[in-house]
Design a protein around this ligand. Sequence first.
Ligand code: SF4
Ligand code: SF4
Length: 81
Amino acid sequence: MALTINDDCTSCDACVESCPNKAITSESPIYVIDPAKCTECVGAHDEPQCMVVCPADCIIPNPEHVETKDQLLAKYHAMHG
Ligand code: SF4
Ligand code: SF4
């Protein structure tokens, strides 16, 4: 499933560059993950890179976007060819 960012986000910007899919943007008041672009890093890394770098531990699963690993991989390849 895609991930999402909760209200504990401090807008530190650390996650943006870590995302292989450019799924994270700075919105007001917190940063936002585009569920159409987030693959949980499937296709690029072994674990979600934004969660690894986030100092606030505010990135969590998005229950509204449940997807299988195959679906996440297909989404990744659709974006990257
Ligand atoms: S899990 Fe990976 S693809 Fe999804 S927002 Fe975080 S860094 Fe980007
Ligand atoms: S790394 Fe975490 S605290 Fe920093 S902007 Fe991203 S989601 Fe917010």
